[in-house]
Write a protein that binds this ligand. Structure first.
Ligand SMILES: Nc1nc2c(ncn2[C@@H]2O[C@H](COP(=O)(O)OP(=O)(O)OP(=O)(O)O)[C@@H](O)[C@H]2O)c(=O)[nH]1
Ligand SMILES: [Mg+2]
Ligand SMILES: [Zn+2]
Length: 308
């Protein structure tokens, strides 16, 4: 026998679905309880958080081929920024903004590198934070995702495959382009070609001579500098010698660019596993040149914003 019961309809709840929430990135309309944008898969939390702020967040893209070191760099950057209150005070927006830092630092503490980022945008970590610096009155509000290198390449080669990447790159105020210094020094050009493709893509994406990519700041960062001291001593000379195409493209197309070198670990050992073959083991966490590219880019972005 089925027991009779009263089920309230609560049809007033439907009213809130009549008011759409626009995605912060692509402006598509979504329902109030959507976690990810149905059009581009960006987290809808960004739209909710941005709606509560007076300052419009700036977007900064960290890009590079797969294994360039994006996850390790971004995770360490956020960790360092959160520990330097005399230089900058960071307030993260939303609990999800801490996951990247937590995953990276957690892995390094276990003497491992974080896992390769999944290609699916719904599995990426996004950071939304506010930065206050003692020398600046106005805080900066930033959004930075940790995208997968393979997905970025796919979008560059076949635009609109990953709408979230295309839209994000179009709207970004500046870019940190990472390239693996060890691989460049050894004459492998994957990272050189990737960055050249990316810069060509950006230059075509927004050609406006005043607000387009030709005027936006580009920080080219050589990663894994612990294994490549030459790129620390002279990053421009290293670019000219080992990434000539990239160096030329920066000089010809991007008025505001600078070369940097960075490393997160001090030394790397190797172990062998039956399943994965050779595995890199970080022996010492010894960050160098992590904050400088970011600080330069932030200053440039703020300057650009003020000149509008
Ligand atoms: N020697 C050295 N190796 C590093 C450093 N940072 C990263 N690596 C190596 O580079 C690998 C890739 O780093 P990730 O940060 O995962 O690379 P990614 O750019 O996020 O790659 P995708 O997620 O595939 O796009 C790591 O597993 C390490 O082996 C560093 O500072 N020094
Ligand atoms: Mg990654
Ligand atoms: Zn969207």
């Amino acid at each position: 026998m089925t027991k009779g019961m009263i089920q309230p309809l609560e049809s007033f709840r439907l009213a809130q679905y009549a008011v759409p929430i626009r995605c912060f990135l692509c402006d598509a309309e979504n329902t109030i309880d959507a976690e990810l944008c149905s059009h581009c898969l960006a987290p809808m939390a960004l739209a909710h958080q941005a709606a509560d702020q007076d300052i419009r967040p700036q977007m900064i893209a960290t890009v590079g081929a797969s294994s360039a070191g994006k996850t390790v760099y971004l995770g360490m950057l956020m960790d360092m920024l959160s520990r330097l209150p005399s230089r900058v005070r960071v307030v993260t927006r939303g609990a999800f903004s801490i996951t990247l830092q937590q995953t990276t630092v957690g892995a390094l503490a276990r003497r491992a590198f974080p896992e390769k980022t999944a290609s699916e945008p719904d599995r990426w970590n996004w950071v939304h934070c506010q930065l206050r610096r003692p020398d600046r009155r106005e805080p900066a509000e930033l959004i930075m995702p940790d995208m997968a290198g393979e997905a970025i390449l796919e979008e560059i080669d076949h635009p609109h495959t990953y709408r979230v990447i295309g839209t994000f790159l179009k709207k970004s105020a500046g870019i940190i382009a990472l390239a693996d210094a060890i691989s460049l020094r050894e004459g492998h050009h994957t990272h050189d070609y990737f960055t050249m493709k990316l810069l060509s893509y950006l230059a075509e994406l927004d050609k406006n001579p005043k607000t387009g990519w030709c005027q936006r700041p580009v920080a080219v960062v050589f990663t894994k500098a612990d294994q490549c001291p030459a790129c620390v001593e002279d990053p421009v000379g290293f670019a000219r010698a080992h990434a000539t195409g990239l160096w030329q493209q920066c000089n010809e197309r991007f008025a505001r660019h600078r070369f940097f070198a960075t490393s997160v670990v001090g030394a790397v050992g190797y172990s062998r596993s039956m399943l994965d073959g050779q595995i890199d083991v970080p022996l010492r966490v010894e960050p160098r040149g992590v904050i400088q590219p970011f600080e330069w880019l932030l200053d440039e972005v703020i300057q650009q914003e003020q000149s509008k």
